[in-house]
Write a protein that binds this ligand. Structure first.
Ligand code: KG4
Ligand code: ZN
Length: 340
């Protein structure tokens, strides 16, 4: 019998995820993607996501325990994403975690989703120890985090409007590609010329570390209008390549600025957009130029997963039974309060 294991659940968006961790070692990391259910809508429909989580959470937890070759008897604490995310989706995961924990009188560890993306870097086989600079770019968030320890991060910059992944998803829809947009734009862009269309690299002259992607999306709307449906069809790969290059350039520019400002010696990428090939290459080149170490976690740990939630949970406060029974998920902002 193995003891001291952590069961983690993540349901903040459209993936139902559960993982079992033994310290920083992943014993299982199960992800059930709902992408197919949302494809026809061109984006995640919150209510549809919550209902799917409800159906999937139990089998996914069972699969995670099964793959790890353990039972709930081996688990010493249950972690779940408490926010930020889609509230209905989050409630399913946190309620499932509370139920499992309460039935066995185990502690509950609520985890911040973004801290989870940061903590993906602490996992075996090659954990990255703080301090490091972390760029998180996902469907819901884009931020630069200064990671000084395992418990949290300093917010250095964030998007003022759309997230990078959201821009990929909305632009893919404009170009008549499917959902999720990031991988489809990347694939389409392989056949295109990134310099074919001039796209704005927002905030390039802004001295701060914030991001903006809504202007880029608008620029694409105008290019598509000028070209008309047939023109878009004919130039889709060029449009995708030019759009992608502008996103990558903005992320790279801000990362470079943050590196120079902070004197960081290591960089990590996280969030779904970190799966983007050209972004990974651009950041790798930048780190080489600047002489800093780059940590790229496997793509399965960049996109939403429960192993990263378990990793963050190792350094987060535990709530003992029964104090968490009234614990609520939060859609935006900070940690939800535990009612007294
Ligand atoms: O981190 P994640 O799985 O979920 C959120 O927390 O949002 O990120 C999903 C986002 C989607 O917007 C998706 O289009 C984007 O990551 N994404 C990509 C790629 N793979 C996923 N964006 C660009 N290139 C990719 N290869
Ligand atoms: Zn995420």
């Amino acid at each position: 019998m193995k003891t001291g294991l952590l069961l983690a659940i993540e349901t903040s968006c459209d993936d139902t995820c559960a993982a079992v961790l033994d310290g920083a070692r992943i014993l299982s990391n199960v992800i059930s993607s709902q992408a197919k259910a949302h494809e026809g809508f061109g984006g995640v429909v919150p209510e549809v996501a919550a209902r799917h989580h409800l159906e999937l959470v139990e089998p996914v937890v069972e699969a995670a325990l099964g793959e790890a070759g353990v039972t709930l008897d081996d688990v010493e604490a249950v972690a779940a994403t408490a926010g930020p995310g889609l509230i209905g989706a989050l409630l399913v995961g946190i309620s499932a975690a509370k139920g499992i924990a309460a039935a066995r009188r185990l502690p509950l560890i609520p985890v911040d989703h973004l801290q989870g993306h940061v903590a993906a870097n602490f996992l075996e086989p090659e954990p990255l120890e703080p301090p490091f600079l972390c760029l998180i770019a996902s469907g819901g968030h884009t931020m630069l985090a200064g990671v000084h320890d395992h418990e949290g991060y300093e917010l250095l910059g964030q998007t003022l409007d759309d997230a990078a992944g959201e821009a990929f998803d909305k632009s893919a829809r404009l170009l008549g590609l499917g959902y999720p947009g990031g991988p489809l734009i990347q694939k389409e862009a392989e056949q295109g010329d990134p310099e074919a269309f001039e796209m704005p690299v927002a905030m390039a002259r802004d001295p701060g570390l914030d991001f903006s992607f809504s202007g880029l999306k608008t620029a694409l709307v105008y290019r598509c209008r000028e070209l008309g449906p047939e023109g878009v069809e004919a130039r889709r790969a060029d449009l995708a390549a030019s759009f992608q290059a502008a996103v990558v350039e903005q992320l790279r520019t801000k990362l470079k600025r943050a590196l120079k400002k902070g004197g960081w010696e290591a960089v990590a990428l996280g969030g779904g957009v970190a799966a983007n090939g050209p972004l990974r290459e651009a950041v790798a080149r930048l780190c080489e130029e600047q002489g800093v170490r780059l940590k790229l976690v496997p793509i399965a740990l960049c996109t939403d997963n429960a192993a990263m939630i378990g990793s963050a949970a190792r350094f987060a406060p535990r709530i003992e039974y029964p104090d968490y029974l009234g614990y609520d998920a939060f859609a935006t902002g900070g940690r939800s309060a535990v009612p007294h």
